[in-house]
Structure formats: C-alpha cells, structure tokens
Design a protein around this ligand. Sequence first.
Ligand code: TXA
Ligand code: MG
Length: 301
Amino acid sequence: MSNAASIETALEHLRRGAVIAMPTETVYGLAGDALNPLAIRQIYALKGRPAGHPVIVHLAPDADPSRWGTISPAAQSMIDAFWPGPLTLIVPRHSRVPDEVTGGRSTVGIRMPSHPTAQAILTAFGSGLAAPSANRFGRISPTCAAHVKAEFADEVYIVDGGPCAIGVESTIVDTTGSRPAILRSGYVLESAITDLVGPLGTSTTVAPGSLKSHYAPMTSLRVSAEPDAEARRLEEEGLTVAVYKAPSPDEHAKQLYAELRRLDSLGVDVLVAEPAEDTGIGIAINDRLSRAAHRFSTTDN
Ligand code: TXA
Ligand code: MG
C-alpha cells in the first residue's frame, strides 16, 4: 500500500475511535483520538498498562498548544527552539482534556513530532492524538514497523514509516514548577535546555513510566563496562550469554532497541550490555539500559 493510502486507512480507523500504530522520529506510538476516552481506554487495554499512567498528546505542526494546556514563557521558549521534535512538555492541562489522557492529573504531556508521516496523519486528523510507545507495558519500545507487528500482530493497523531516526523516547520536561525539570532524558539534552531557560529545578512529579524497571527484554540483562570479561565469568558459571557491544555514538540510540530485541530472541540465559559513554545521547541510552537491567537486579527491587 502506498504511504498516502496507508495514511488514509489510518485516518478511517482514528475517526471511528479505533487505535493505530504510527511512526515518530523517536519510537513508534499507539495512537488514538486524544479527546475520545474510549479510544484512550483501548490504548491502555492493548498495552496492558495500569490505569493512572498518563499518555502524551501529539500535535500537528500547525496546532495551537494552548488548546491543550497553559504554556508558560519557559515552555514557549522550548517550543520555539525544539518543536517539532523529540521534546515532551508537561503543562497544566486544559479542562477539555479527558482524565483518561492525564491519568486524572491536573497536567498534560504534549509534543509535536517531526516525523513527516506522523505530521501528515496529525494534520489530516485535525486534532491531538494520544500516543504511548507501541509496546506492551514495561517492554522494549518499537523503532520499526516489524517491532510493532511482533508486539501486536494484527490487533492494530500499522502505518510503516521506516526505522525511527532517533530511536529513544522524547526528553520530558515538567514546566509546572518554579523552574523546568527533566523527567526523562532523551535526544534534547539538558545542556541545550539550560542554555535556553537557565538552571533547572527538580520536579516533585514522577512520570509513572520512569519506573526503575522498564524498557526490558525478556532475557535477564546486565550492564558492564567490561562486557567480554563479564560474559566469560557468567559462562564459567554455566550460563549461556550474548554480548551487546556499544556501537559508534552516532548509531547507538538508533540501533539500541532493535539490537536488544534481536539478542532477546536468541534464547540465551543472560545478555551483557556495554554502556554508552555518559555524555550527549549516551545519557538517555544508559538510563534505558539501567531500567532494562533493573528488574533482574537482586540487590534492589
Ligand atoms: O518519544 C516519545 O515520547 C514516545 C513517542 C510515541 O512520542 N512516546 C512515549 O510515550 O514514550 P510513553 O507513554 O511510552 O511514555 C510517556 C511518559 C510516561 O512515563 C508517562 O508517565 C509520562 O510520559 N507522562 C505523560 N504525561 C504526563 C504527565 N501529565 N505528568 C507526568 N508524566 C507524564
Ligand atoms: Mg513507553
């Protein structure tokens, strides 16, 4: 199916309140009409996500964000600098935003994606689309259409927009406190945000998706700066091991989730992952790796 035809089919689904999977520059999202509570409930049901987890509203390039929430001067300067792009802003919500979207909170997460297919869908739809990452709750986010298919088979209509250019989820900034605060690291770096709005605060808000255990493969995962030595040690214990070596910094985020999925399918006992250098996008990569590893940690549950 051509891209245009597949976007048209996706719109038919969205207009009747159904859920679709669509590409964004970060990861694929499971999208539904942000003003239709029934569509949002379907997203939760598909993901197996507990209630009370808010979802991000995605906006078209020509959308007015103040239709969804209150935009502070700091939020506006981040919008001017980073939208469309991989930045989600938490703002005080507009009263018309359903509780299903916000998890009953007084705030809403909004973002304007830069992926042309997402933009085409949003522009034609003419309103916001609520979209969490298109994976089952707690699992690895999808960075291509085949990953979504592996998660949901034929349960959702998938618009294939190719592999995601960035590969890790958007940076989330809470703008509701006296100073903006980062809730999740991503491609938009802390340094770029402080250059723009000055020193950051700490947020009392916890993004429920920032559970210590998240983004996880089924196979037990360990992070080690000496992955080969760690793998040998584990093999001596009688375990089968696959090693994930950090690729070049430019490629790393783009490949991360695809590689974790591939290694997860090998059927070994343990995955050992080499961390990224802890600068730039490497900060977000290491954050995701440590969450992927966490549920198997014996010291801290
Ligand atoms: O890159 C992304 O952000 C992707 C693509 C599809 O846009 N979406 C994504 O959504 O990662 P999700 O639902 O997997 O993660 C969104 C995170 C969750 O941790 C959620 O708790 C948090 O954003 N969040 C959303 N609205 C919030 C709010 N009002 N207050 C606090 N956290 C919020
Ligand atoms: Mg997610």
